[in-house]
Design a protein around this ligand. Structure first.
Ligand SMILES: O=C[C@H](O)[C@H](O)[C@H](O)COP(=O)(O)O
Length: 280
């Protein structure tokens, strides 16, 4: 009997012990995932704070009234456009904004800034844009969002090109943190021979960028494809960029070499470090 009672009792104790374990595990797990979630959220908050600090500082330091301003693409530029809109309201700033993508065009219109275009404003006073990674020479990898072609055209026609980023992007050599490779825009019909040429001449892997929410490859604002070239090691980027541009079918690379004059890096604490290009 006691055996039976014992078994029942023991079974009850065990079940309740298990139940307690489950409760404790869930409590620890949820506390842990809450903690993890909080850690991730606070990390993301820090990154956003850094982006905003860099963007606002660049706009305050480099944009004057009656200027033609190139507006980059991506997420860091959002704070720059918002700061421009604030200055229009606060001080009557007058600027004409040249977009580098459909996204940038939307940002300009949403923030009620004056939209311009290169056919009317072929020479810009300043271009401000983010980057995926920036090395010690201020050589940038751009095009993480597929916009590097128009970005490079706008940056190249501005008197000064200013890069804004959170401090994660500030690296000694390209490829330190950014592992997605150098975006290279290619004419769609040529993507495969270009892929072969890149891998043969420069090594590494050139991967066709596939869309996330649409079947098939990413199609850029210019109607082209993108190869993300995962290079083996850092190199003479001026030489590499020049040689890449000679490959028929390549429209533009995401290597911005000797273009950025100044870079602003924002830390999670909202501090900003400004760096001037060594080649100046
Ligand atoms: O194609 C996108 C552009 O090159 C962006 O400026 C670059 O990817 C940086 O974007 P984010 O400011 O979002 O890091």
């Amino acid at each position: 009997m006691c055996g039976v009672i014992g078994r029942c009792f023991f079974g009850t104790v065990l079940r309740s012990a298990r139940a307690t374990q489950v409760v404790i595990f869930c409590a620890i797990h949820s506390a842990g995932s809450t903690k993890l979630g909080k850690t991730h959220a606070s990390k993301m908050d820090g990154i956003e704070a850094g982006k905003k600090a860099a963007a606002v500082t660049a706009v305050n330091n480099h944009v004057k009234t009656n200027q033609v301003v190139g507006i980059g693409s991506g997420t860091t530029i959002i704070s720059a456009v918002q700061r421009l809109a604030e200055r229009v309201k606060e001080e009557g700033l007058k600027v004409i904004c040249i977009p580098t993508s459909y996204q940038a065009r939307q940002l300009i219109l949403e923030n009620k800034l004056t939209l311009g275009e290169l056919e009317i404003n072929p020479e810009l006073d300043v271009a401000i844009d983010g980057a995926d990674e920036i090395d010690a020479d201020l050589t940038c990898i751009k095009g993480g969002g597929g916009c590097q072609t128009q970005e490079k055209i706008v940056a190249a026609n501005a008197k000064e090109f200013i890069v804004i980023a959170d401090s994660r992007k500030d690296v000694p050599v390209l490829g330190t943190n950014w592992k997605n490779g150098i975006p290279i825009e290619v004419i769609a019909m040529a993507w495969r021979p270009v892929q072969v040429q890149i891998e043969k001449r420069f090594g590494g892997k050139a991967c066709l960028r596939m869309a996330q929410r649409k079947m098939g490859p990413v199609v850029t604002d210019n109607g082209n494809f993108i190869l993300d070239w995962k290079f083996d090691k850092p190199d003479d980027w001026w030489k590499i960029n020049t040689e890449l541009k000679l490959i028929p079918g390549i429209v533009e690379t995401g290597l911005f070499v000797k273009m950025a004059r100044v870079a602003y890096f924002g830390t999670p604490e909202g501090k900003v470090e400004m760096r001037k290009a060594s080649w100046l």
